[in-house]
Design a protein around this ligand. Structure first.
Ligand code: TQI
Ligand code: CA
Ligand code: ZN
Ligand code: ZN
Length: 310
């Protein structure tokens, strides 16, 4: 009986062996740890929910510059899907040309799980500029397949759909030599986006106003005298654009002076809704050297296209 059964068992075993082998292989592949595996379990999550490991998602988005709970440690570490998280996910989705659902849908999860460049998408503020040094990507980061690029303000503020033509005005007292450089910067943005611009004298009703301000000028963002901050502009649809009056400004590229037109290109980017980019050639890259000029980059134009779905 046993001798009769043996060939049968050994035969089936032989047949099953490759299958067994495959199963083991599949199992070992599955075990390959992905640091972002928690994302899979979070798929489908949306605002108002409280789900285990949401805090890991917050950490993930914080590490890439989409989220900052710096003032609120409690919410940084809890599992609440709050307004900030929803806004951060929307920004992420806009940056990667995904539908801006604000929920952790399957497409967003797979994008997040795919390995990526270790450089933050959103580089904060002007630190790179104050130090006068250029920010370096980590060695070898070029070999990652995902490229970090343009970014938006938290909540993706933008000009309404109906407002593709914007008017701008210089506030009384603006130095006359700044007007042409600013006009050229607007033309450059107009030539490369769906926006058009025209100058108006009616500064009280203009969409955008430009002025030179010094030190404390009552907008909550005092300038700092020579060097440091050069200019600033508010996110849509505020429209204020201030140059620091205490800087050396120049119409043409001049050693030791800041190029009015280049700085205007950057600040108009902010006015239209762009935050800083991690692409070095982009006008929205947060480093700029005195005595140089710079133009728009594909990344800047893509950023506006993505924000306005154009
Ligand atoms: N002014 C900062 C800027 O426009 C102010 C700022 C910091 C800011 N963080 C912001 C404005 C976030 C909007 C949103 O970036 S700056 C550059 C740089 C400055 C810097 O004076 O430091 C340029 C002005 F860094 F890109 F070169 C213009 Cl081009
Ligand atoms: Ca300054
Ligand atoms: Zn100001
Ligand atoms: Zn900036």
């Amino acid at each position: 009986m046993a001798s009769k059964a043996f060939p049968f068992f050994s035969f089936t075993l032989l047949l099953l062996l490759p299958l067994l082998f495959q199963a083991v292989l599949a199992y070992s592949n599955e075990k390959k740890p992905s640091p972002f595996e928690f994302l899979q379990h979070l798929q489908g999550c949306h605002k108002g929910e409280k789900v285990k490991d949401i805090h890991k998602l917050k950490k993930y988005l914080e590490s890439f510059g989409y989220l900052s709970y710096s003032k609120n440690e409690t919410h940084a570490n809890d599992d609440d899907f709050d307004d900030f998280l929803e806004s951060a996910i929307k920004t992420y989705q806009l940056n990667y040309n995904l539908k801006t659902t604000g929920t952790l849908d399957s497409k967003t999860v797979s994008k997040m799980m795919s390995s990526r460049c270790a450089v933050a998408d959103i580089i904060n503020g002007t630190t790179g500029m104050r130090s006068g040094k250029k920010r370096q990507h980590p060695a070898g980061s070029k070999s990652f397949h995902t490229v970090a690029h343009y970014a938006f303000f938290p909540g993706n503020p933008k000009w309404p759909e109906s407002k593709s033509h914007l008017t701008y005005a210089f506030l009384p007292g603006t130095r006359a030599d700044a007007m042409n450089p600013v006009a050229r910067a607007f033309q450059t943005w107009a030539a490369n986006t769906h926006f058009s611009f025209s100058r108006t004298e009616d500064f009280a009703n203009a969409d955008i106003t430009i002025s030179f301000e010094s030190r404390d000028h009552a907008d909550g963002n005092p300038f700092d005298g020579p060097d440091g901050t050069l200019a600033h502009a508010f996110a849509p649809s505020d429209g204020r654009f201030h140059y620091d009056a205490d800087e050396q400004w120049s119409v043409s590229v001049t050693p030791g002076a800041y190029h009015l037109e280049t700085i205007a290109l950057h600040e108009i980017g902010h006015l239209l809704g762009l935050h800083h980019s991690s692409v070095e050639g982009a006008i929205m890259y947060p480093t700029f050297t005195a005595g140089e000029s710079k133009g728009l980059h594909g990344d800047d134009i893509q950023g506006i296209r993505a924000l306005y779905n154009k």
